[in-house]
Structure formats: C-alpha cells, structure tokens
Design a binder for this molecule. Structure first.
Ligand SMILES: Cc1ncc(COP(=O)(O)O)c(C=O)c1O
Length: 385
C-alpha cells in the first residue's frame, strides 16, 4: 500500500521524462500533454531557457530568506508590474496562497470582512481560499466554512449588486472558471461588475492563477475586458513547473502589508524567480502572445469542425489555449481512453474535457490531438450506458 495520503485519484501513468509537449512514461510510452501539468508548464516541459536560468541560479544561491534583499525578486516583480495593472507584488508558493494573501489584503485594507465570489468558482484549498470557492463538493466535510463568504451566480451582475453591502471588502472572480467548467465571463457582466465594485468601494480581485501568464493570449485574461482590477493573483504557469505564487496589487494597497503583517518563508525563492524571469521574457512578447491567440483560434475552429457536431458534444468553447469540450455525460471514460491512445487532457467539472496545451504547442500536435479526440468521442466505449 502506498505511504501517500490517497488525496488524488491517479491515472495509470508514471512519468519518467518530459520535453516540450511530450511526456514519456516508465514503460517507454509517449503522450502528447494537453494538460501541461494542470496549466503549469506553459512553455512546454523543460523549456531550454527556463532550464538554463535554473542551472545558472543553482550555481549562485538557492535561499537566503526574505530577511535580506533579493535582486531577482525585484526584477520579476518589475516585470509583473510592467505587464499588469498592479504596482506591487507579494510572492508566495501557490495559487491558494496568492488568494489567501489577496483575502487578507482586502480585509485589512478596507476594514471590512465580507468576500463575494461565484458559484462553480475555484480559488484553492486552504480555509480562506476554500471558503472563497463556490463549490459545495470542495467544502464537504470541512465545515463550517469561514463566515462572511458568499456565492452568487456567475455572469449575474444583479446578483452581485444585491449581495454587496457596507461590510463587503471584495469580490473575487475568475474570468474563465477553469476547474468549474471553462465558463467564460461575459464582457458586459465584467464591466458592470467593475463598475459596481468601484461605486461601492469594494475591491475587485481577479484570480488569474489558471488564466494568467499568456494562457488566453494576453499576459492576464482581464486585459481582454478593459477593466483595472485592484488585486490580481497568479501562480501555475508563472515559473513553468517550479512552485510559485504572486499577488499583484495597486499602489494604494502597498502600505497595508507592512513588515510583520504577512510572509512566506519560501515566497520568492531564487530558483522560482529565475524560472519566472525566463518565462516572463517569452510571455511578455507581443509576437508570442499573438501566436497563442492564433493557435487558440485554430484549435477551437478545428475542434468545432471535427467534434462540435457529434451528438455527445454540447459545446466547444474557450479563449486562447484554454478550451473546453462540454459533453452530455461524465467525461472520465473519455479521458481514460485518450490516455490509452497517448493524449493527456483534463476534466473541468464532470462533463467538460479541458484542454490546456503548452503555449508552445505546434499545429501538427494540435491536429494529432484533435484526431485522437474525435476517435474517442466516436468510440462507443467512451459512453456510459
Ligand atoms: C483559478 C484557480 N485559483 C486557485 C487555484 C489553486 O492553486 P494551487 O493549486 O496552486 O494552490 C487553482 C488551481 O487549480 C485555480 O485554478
């Protein structure tokens, strides 16, 4: 019996090696990775620039703590600030921690305690970020949740308007709900939400843990909407596989988190920073982002053409290289059959096949993936009778 807690239902694959879009298992089988380690290895596995940056940093220093200056943290923070609406950055180690920091910042800055988030949202697993998550199955067994978190229907600005009161500190939003089903926020809704927040003195936190770092063809997904969030959270793709999290906030919030108010021993670790620096060099280039947009449009169109009309498929949707194929049934058997055929994909909720290929994916790889998805979706073994 494994000595690990059984917290994950694991598919039958033990990785041995990975490079670019390809993962090889211990038995020599190869797979096209259209999950990127759940939206993490955005530049593909072991991208040479990231590897080089890590090797360089390994030869300098690995950790001296946040008691001392750390120039590489400053550089990564500058780069994040340059490509977002924020002006100050706090580094941590995961998406959950970035959201936890955002919740604490919002409460301390406003002196208010209520946080509104959305049904089907996912913000993490710590007590605060779990309470912000609008899914009962994530709360199950861990209750009661922290008080003062509430959930309103996604894309419903009237519901937000009704829920906001004088104790509301912040609204927390994913522009595309990743775990919840690749649900895309409407433009009008987001603009109205930003307006409500501004009028009510409520901070707008956008959770870009999955949507950020080029995934949707912009550095951050909120940049498709013409809004200015107060706080942005990032993680996953930021260091291409090295654990990292970041909370980016506007200038007026800077002094809320003074010395002693918040910290993370490993936050901004030099190895994670070296990797992030290499990632941001790519993701900040307009040509790179343009290619992500074009690839995303190609993949969406090819999927629509190839599987969009199948009776089991109810919708194909997405932005950039964050796509979902919604089916009329549980997609677990589909995912297992795709794995057998050499394609790694994710689910989003029970009925959606989620595709998060590396942003460096080639047209040939996308064509091969679409072909396999079609094969499986037209295979009767994929259906639960
Ligand atoms: C939108 C969003 N927020 C937060 C998290 C939590 O991030 P982590 O698992 O790095 O703590 C995730 C993870 O899937 C996520 O997709």
């Amino acid at each position: 019996m494994s000595a690990l807690f059984p917290t994950y239902k694991r598919f039958d694959l033990s990785a041995k090696q990975a490079s670019g879009t390809v993962v090889e298992d211990t038995e020599g089988n190869t797979y096209l990775d259209f999950g990127s380690g759940i939206g993490v290895c955005n530049l593909g596995h072991r991208h040479p620039d990231v590897q080089q940056a890590l090797e360089n940093q390994l030869n300098h220093y690995w950790h001296v703590s946040n008691l001392y200056h750390n120039p590489i943290q400053e550089e990564v923070a500058d780069s994040l600030v340059q490509h977002s609406a924020g002006e100050h950055v706090f580094f941590c180690n995961s998406g959950t921690e970035a959201n936890e920091a955002a919740i604490k910042l919002a409460r301390k800055a406003t002196g208010k305690h209520k946080i509104i988030s959305f049904e089907q949202s996912f913000h993490g697993r710590t007590l605060g970020s779990m309470a912000a998550t609008g899914q009962e199955k994530i709360h199950s067994g861990f209750g009661p949740m922290l008080e003062t978190f509430s959930y309103v229907p996604f894309n419903d600005s009237n519901a937000v308007k009704k829920a906001v009161d004088s104790d509301t500190a912040a609204v927390m939003l994913e522009l595309i709900q990743g775990e919840g089903g690749i649900n895309i926020a409407d433009l009008d809704f987001v603009r109205e939400l930003a307006h409500i927040c501004q009028e009510s003195d409520v901070l707008l936190i956008v959770d870009e843990v999955q949507t950020g770092i080029g995934r949707t063809g912009k550095p951050f997904a909120y940049q498709h909407y013409g809004i200015t969030p107060d706080i942005i959270t990032s993680a996953k793709g930021l260091a291409n596989g090295i654990p990292v999290g970041a909370m980016i906030a506007k200038q007026t919030l800077r002094d809320v988190l003074g010395p002693g108010s918040h910290a993370a021993t490993f936050g901004g670790n030099p190895l994670a920073m070296a990797a992030a620096q290499a990632v941001l060099k790519h993701v900040s280039q307009d040509e790179f982002l343009q290619e992500v947009t074009e690839k995303g449009m190609y993949l969406l169109a090819t999927l629509n053409e190839s599987v969009g009309q199948l009776p089991v498929v109810s919708s194909v949707r997405g932005t950039g290289l964050m796509l979902g194929i919604e089916c009329s049934q549980d997609v677990t058997p589909v995912i297992e059959l795709l794995l057998d055929k050499g394609l790694l994909v994710l689910s989003a909720g029970p009925n959606v096949i989620r595709l998060l290929p590396p942003l460096t994916v080639s047209k040939k790889e996308m064509d091969a993936a679409v072909q396999l998805i079609r094969e499986v979706l037209t295979d009767e073994k994929a259906y639960i009778s």
